[in-house]
Design a protein around this ligand. Sequence first.
Ligand code: CP
Length: 306
Amino acid sequence: MRHLIDIMNLSVNEIDEMIAVAKDIIANPGEYSEKCKGKKLATLFFEPSTRTRLSFEAAMYELGGNVIGFSEAQSSSAAKGESVADTIKTVGAYADIIAMRHPKEGAPVVASYKSDVPVINAGDGGHNHPTQTLTDLLTISREKNRLDNMTVGLCGDLKFGRTVHSLITAMSRFEKVKFVLISPDELRIPEYLKQEVLVKNNIEYVETTDLEAAMPELDILYMTRVQRERFFNEQDYMRLKDSYILTPEKLENAKTDLSILHPLPRVNEISVAVDDDPRARYFQQVKNGKYIRMALILKLLAESQA
Ligand code: CP
């Protein structure tokens, strides 16, 4: 049974193939409208979501399939103490594929061990968010027509931001990608990621607190929200939450073909005044999320039937 728990579950070739399928879906949506007829996706969201859950659901509907599920733990039997393992075995009796978000890191991998149908990690705690990474890669590929030879700035909460962890891991596999890691000292990327991904693979990177100084060399600027829900105390969150606020003035020295991305939701870290800048691509990124999830559902269902 094929699952997607970590972006490393997919080879670079498979990522390239899925991006090609997503681009074909964008060009020829009618050809895909019945591909999942008779199939059901279950969306099990133990943690809040707007984009990930709704884009999965829209993806399945646009493939001609149906959707079941819940959007909060309190409306499932988890509220009565049911384990993730029992929930997954139950849902596997009703659905052909499962997308699951959980606040506990590792919950989706535990679910995958018990599941009779493909499990997709739709975000686990501060750990991973592989389908956001697929969304980001499709977006970068559409914006730049490549996934190699570029300087990627990641800015904000690099400690708890699971989308950052998955994106660094994924982009480290493409040639000549340099990372500029922009964060307050307290919110730097975790040491394990630095050692096991960047250092081990000889990836060029710098760490800095200065967004404006880094700006001129960036091809991609990936802004992130400070993850309030992962902080141990409110005081630290309040002190750090507005560390970076991207404004039109801060973009004055940026490249003319910079792409500004953000996994969203945004709080304060990008001024709404930036939304009108043609380099702001985060709402296009939202759209891309549906297409790449369509490609993923098709791939995992095809492999589970093989
Ligand atoms: N990017 C993302 O995961 O958004 P949601 O939390 O709204 O799903």
